[in-house]
Design a protein around this ligand. Structure first.
Ligand code: NI
Length: 184
């Protein structure tokens, strides 16, 4: 039996994942509980970041935990204020389960937003944190990592996604073609 989690992570094909989310206006007790449930869902997946639209909540925030010293983080109404450099990273997404692709994005970014106490935060990030924030912020804009791939990668990814969807739907794999006539 799979472990039950507060939410199920939506997967590619769900239109919510292609929709731009709205700003968060109320950071209240209900919101804090929602974040807690998102962390539970994220750890169970397991993942290091989860954006609200991935559980069907069309609001601009995401939770993350890189497993380093900083622990659980929530970033609300985030914006990227600047970027520099380039970095290729073998990126995955809980909404595109099982697939990873080398994707190029800026290496460093400036970020601002709000934390769970409602304070304004502004900081610089690089490496894995910069990657995570860009990936999760894309979710808030309705952008999946498919849109960050080159044409060949996207073709390959879409093919694999179709295969996984058919498998999940219980469609049997096509039988290998047999020649009707025996060859001499
Ligand atoms: Ni993702």
């Amino acid at each position: 039996m799979p472990v039950s989690t507060p939410y199920q992570v939506l997967v590619v094909g769900n239109p919510v994942l292609n929709t731009r989310s709205d700003d968060v206006t109320d950071v209240d007790g209900k919101f804090v509980k929602l974040c807690e449930d998102m962390f539970t869902t994220m750890y169970a997946a397991p993942g290091i970041g989860l954006a609200a639209p991935q559980i069907g909540v069309q609001k601009r925030f995401f939770v993350y935990d890189l497993g380093a010293g900083d622990g659980q983080q929530v970033l609300i109404n985030p914006e990227i204020t600047g970027s520099g450099g380039e970095m290729e990273y073998f990126e995955g997404c809980l909404s595109i389960p099982g697939l990873h692709f080398d994707i190029v994005r800026p290496e460093r970014i400036g970020v601002k937003g709000r934390d769970l106490e409602g304070n304004e935060v502004e900081f610089e990030a690089d490496d894995l944190l910069a990657r995570l924030i860009q990936h999760e912020l894309d979710h808030l804009d309705g952008i999946l990592m498919l849109e960050r791939m080159d044409d060949d990668q996207r073709k390959q990814a879409l093919k694999k996604i179709r295969e996984l969807q058919m498998k999940a739907a219980g469609v049997p794999e096509p039988e290998p073609k047999r020649s009707f006539f025996r060859l001499r």
